[in-house]
Write a protein that binds this ligand. Structure first.
Ligand SMILES: Cc1ncc(COP(=O)(O)O)c(C=O)c1O
Length: 405
């Protein structure tokens, strides 16, 4: 069988694979706890559901414009005004099948083979593979000071004549870090001076805690011309708990949006009109579900932080956003894949191995599930890996005996 070079270079998504394993174990009736999830558990907003139902009942479910319906673009314009205080035009917008597709068509629109794309590590698992899909070269940059917030010098050091773009994801998956305004300002300025594309992946921008706010990139932009190389990615997946609806969008200069639309037109055509209706419903409807989700997550976060703090040997830089904590377990086990496997095999807790996000020795733990799952999951983890814990643990009726550490 002959497989393309690019095809061969793309790795399986370990997070999706682990989710699959989890689903199989659950179907078998195993008492599994998912601390690896990437989606809120709340329901989609009622306004999204009524909007999609009304359109479905019309029976007229047809192709949508390639770059998003007029109504969808109006909703995105309103969203951008409400959250970024910036008036954009319909031609500055493309609606896609998820933020993922918006990001992918943006990369396909700007990258040539051998171009390089810089992004801070730890990073979202899809960035390297998306860059490779374009035949380009991913350049992850780990902050030198051991924190999860890079300095401009970390980025600058990795810039070459091939650097085409920098991707910034704040709040960050997997660390929950929210970058300060001073850093965003420096990066915007650097990209404008060097004429490098700046892709702001803002998918978690509404999910921040304890008064910390995601920085509005427009507050730091000087170049609002049609040559601007700023691309903003966003969508309804996380804040509106609409991951399965697959609606995201990109905002950029008009010429670039046109190219992105050309690419999308041949890939998938426009995103499903039904799903756009739901997204429009969510954006235009009552917004209280976001604050309610944010408060739930803030509470879950406190519980997780408190439990992890009581876990001797585990180090945590507290997350200010998203619904992830990226904790350092290297005192117990440096190989995060091995640790993740041990936890799933022995105590049926799924935690994502940090190595998949570019930093081994860590686990990504999600707090988007229930408080019960968070407390019991961490308790089981502690029992499994802390040599000082008792020899036995009951999971329901099942008695476990620790015979591995
Ligand atoms: C950082 C980041 N960007 C983009 C996405 C993709 O979002 P969507 O579901 O809208 O494609 C995700 C989803 O996990 C993410 O974590």
């Amino acid at each position: 069988m002959s497989i393309s070079l690019i095809g061969r270079s793309i790795g399986e998504s370990v997070t999706l694979k682990l989710n699959e394993t989890f689903a199989i174990l659950k179907a078998k009736g195993e008492p599994v706890i998912h601390l690896g999830g990437g989606e809120p558990k709340s329901k989609a907003p009622i306004d999204a559901l009524t909007a999609i139902t009304a359109h479905l009942n019309s029976g007229e479910v047809r192709y949508a414009p390639v770059d998003g319906s007029v109504e969808m673009k109006k909703a995105i314009i309103r969203y951008t005004m409400d959250h970024y205080h910036r008036q954009v035009e319909p031609e500055n917008i493309i609606a896609s099948s998820g933020a993922k597709q918006a990001l992918m068509v943006a990369l396909q629109a700007i990258l040539n083979p051998q171009d390089e794309v810089i992004y801070p590590a730890p990073y979202w698992v899809s960035y390297p593979e998306m860059v490779k899909l374009c035949g380009a070269i991913p350049v992850p940059v780990l902050p030198e000071d051991g924190s999860f917030t890079p300095r401009l010098s970390d980025i600058e050091r990795n810039v070459t004549s091939y650097t085409k773009a920098i991707i910034i994801n704040s709040p960050n998956n997997p660390t929950g870090a929210v970058y300060p305004a001073s850093l965003i300002s420096e990066i915007v300025d650097f990209c404008e001076r060097k004429s490098i594309y700046l892709i702001m992946d803002d998918i978690y921008h509404q999910l921040t805690f304890n008064g910390v706010k995601a920085v509005n990139v427009f507050d730091h932009v000087k170049d609002f011309s049609e040559n601007s190389k700023l691309i903003i990615i966003n969508g309804v997946s996380k804040a509106y708990a609409m991951t399965g609806f697959r609606i995201g969008w990109g905002i950029a200069n008009k010429r670039l949006i046109k190219v992105m639309a050309n690419i999308q037109g041949h890939q998938t055509s426009g995103p499903s009109i039904l799903l756009q209706k739901a997204a429009i419903g969510a954006i235009s409807g009552v917004q209280s579900s976001i604050e309610s989700l944010r408060t739930t997550l803030e509470n879950n976060r406190s519980v997780m932080i408190q439990r992890l703090k009581a876990f001797e040997g585990v180090r945590l830089i507290e997350p200010d956003g998203t619904f992830y904590a990226f904790a350092d377990f290297s005192a117990y086990e440096k190989d995060s894949t091995k640790l993740s496997k041990l936890l799933l095999d022995k105590v049926r807790v799924l935690a994502m191995p940090g190595v998949e996000f570019g930093l081994d020795g860590h686990l990504r733990l999600s707090y988007c599930g229930s408080i019960k799952d968070i407390t019991e999951g961490i308790e089981r983890m502690k029992w499994a890996i802390d040599p000082n814990s008792s020899n036995e643990l009951y999971i329901g009726e099942r008695k476990l005996v620790r015979d591995w550490v």
